[in-house]
Every structure is written in C-alpha cells, then in structure tokens.
Design a protein. Sequence first.
Length: 93
Amino acid sequence: MRLGLILLALLFAIAGAAFGALNAEHVVFDFYFTALALPRGVVQLCAVLAGWLLGGIVVYFGLVLRLRRRVRVLARELKRRDEPVAATAEKAP
C-alpha cells in the first residue's frame, strides 16, 4: 500500500513537472499600478485550485450545514421519543 502511494505521488510529480515545462510562456497581468508576469502553468494551476476551493466552500455552506442542522433536529426528536420508553422500562419489575 505504501509503495503504491509513493508511486502515485511520483507520477503526479512527474506530470506536474511536464505540465510546467510545457506551459513555460509568461502571461502578463496588468493591474494599472503594477504588472505581474507569471508562467502560464502557474496561472492555470492557481485557477484550478481557486475553483476547487470555491466549489468546496459552496458545497459546505449550501449543503453540509443544512444537513448537519437536520441531523441535529432529528437526533433531538429521537432522544425526546426515547425518553418515555426508557422511563417506563425502569418502572417495570
């Protein structure tokens, strides 16, 4: 298992190096007061990372928080329903 993970990490490192080498041209961003020149590969990887992060944030706030709230409400309701059953089970001889 560990050898597989090492080989997978090595494969991604080789793919990243090839991606960076094939996209070495610089892209210039002009912000009016300054200009920034970055390799195209770096810009593309940053765009992918930003999209991944923003997508994760949207899913978290749009779905996960709502489902956590629902689970909490259902757990409270289940606890409330189990209380009378536990009380009658303790009274029975």
